[in-house]
Design a protein around this ligand. Structure first.
Ligand SMILES: [Zn+2]
Length: 400
């Protein structure tokens, strides 16, 4: 009889763990996860850009860089827009692929570099312009290398690369982000509403890459970014996503803010801890140590993969769509929600309207499940109690 009790207790212990084991199945890695962004090519661009010297608005180096960008973007529709702000001549450069196809996804990076290294440890150098390998060249390099692969993607929507000027010439919010502000001021709300998403990359070349989500920023777009990174990490098995802290936020005023304020879903992918062990807004940031040797091909590649993978999966589209896009509520009233469209695997369960399994189950089904579990539990308890009572009874009769 004691063997019987032991068996029941063992069963009670084994049952829950057997249930959990089902969810622990290891997913098979996908073999066809082809991403072509080349971090080494992007890194060569960082070296080229810094070789031009500081790219101050209106300077010869600034103009030379624009010409080089344009020569890299054959087949793209190029426009330049000039603005006169705070005594500077700013030139925003736009390159669009699939012009006229609509559903514009914008990637942005500032190509100007700061006019002063005002955080440099050498006081006499604080009024001299910096080379901006990370703060300027890294974002531009990623966009140029990404552009090389976009024609082969057969996308059915527009992609615009926005090279902003006058981002880093300021002292406070009113004097930073001047090119992006000038763009937004000349953008009608109607045109802003046609932009699907605005993804800014800035200071993403640090060889010790430490990214966090940033505010202001669009939460759906961050969820898509997080799922894209996890997709690259887990399914493609190419990267280690530990460079991204998905829990915490940094507050950053950057070129994405004017877009965000126009209601465009916008985020800023930026590492504000430049250099190994650097504090936020510390390290090499705004110093003369912002040189090409502090930037790595590996970091540029990680960011390039995120943008490329998101384009292929459609992660940068339909940010504004309502929940109903991906599933329809119980239309035939059979107590089960009817899924009308598969959730792309980079969107993630429970996000963007993709249903969570337990939410798909109707309340009635959940109630009946609860009842069955309750009855089973009661039966088990009764069995155990019955056995104990029998032992006591048997012991009392001297049969134990
Ligand atoms: Zn800066």
């Amino acid at each position: 009889m004691r063997i019987g009790i032991a068996a029941i207790l063992a069963l009670l212990i084994i049952l829950p763990s057997a249930t959990f084991a089902e969810g622990d199945e290891v997913e098979e890695l996908s073999a066809d996860c082809a991403l072509f962004f080349d971090g080494n090519v992007a890194n060569e661009s960082v070296q080229f850009q810094t070789s031009l010297g500081p790219r101050l608005p209106g300077s010869a180096a600034s103009s030379e860089l624009r010409e080089s960008i344009k020569s890299n973007l054959t087949g793209w529709d190029i426009t330049e827009k000039t603005h006169h702000v705070n005594g500077m001549t700013l030139t925003n450069l736009f390159a669009t692929w699939n012009q006229g196809a609509g559903s514009n996804v914008m990637f942005a990076a500032h190509y100007d570099t700061r006019h002063k290294g005002d955080r440099d440890s050498n006081v006499s150098m604080r009024d001299k312009p910096i080379l901006g390998a990370n703060d300027g060249a890294s974002g531009v390099a990623v966009l140029i290398e990404l552009a090389r692969h976009i024609p082969a993607m057969n996308l059915s929507h527009e992609v615009t690369l926005f090279f902003t000027d006058g981002e880093d010439q300021g002292d406070d919010h009113s004097t930073y982000v001047l090119g992006a502000k000038a763009w937004a001021e000349n953008l009608s709300q109607q045109d802003a509403d046609k932009i699907e998403s605005f993804i800014l990359v800035d200071m993403i070349g640090d060889s010790d890459l430490n990214l966090r989500k940033t505010k202001q920023g669009n939460d759906t777009l961050w969820n898509r970014t997080e799922n894209t990174i996890r997709h690259i990490d887990e399914v493609c098995d190419l990267n280690d996503s530990s460079y991204f802290n998905f829990e915490d936020y940094d507050f950053v005023y950057d070129d994405h803010v004017p877009a965000h304020e126009m209601g465009i879903p916008a985020i800023d992918i930026i590492d504000i801890r430049f250099g190994e062990g650097a504090e936020a807004w510390g390290g090499h940031w705004h110093t003369h140590n912002d040189t090409a040797d502090k930037v790595s091909a590996e970091s540029l590649q990680k960011i390039g993969y995120i943008l490329e993978s998101g384009l292929i999966s459609g992660a940068w589209l339909d940010i504004r769509v309502p929940v109903e896009k991906w599933f329809e509520k119980d239309t035939d009233e059979d107590g089960v929600f009817d899924i009308i469209d598969d959730c792309p695997d980079t969107f993630g369960e429970g996000q963007d309207g993709c249903p969570i399994e337990e939410n798909v189950e109707s309340q009635d089904e959940q109630d009946s499940d609860d009842l069955v579990i309750g009855i089973l539990l009661m039966a088990c308890i009764l069995l155990v109690c019955g056995n104990l009572a029998w032992i006591i009874f048997a012991d009392n009769r001297g049969e134990g």
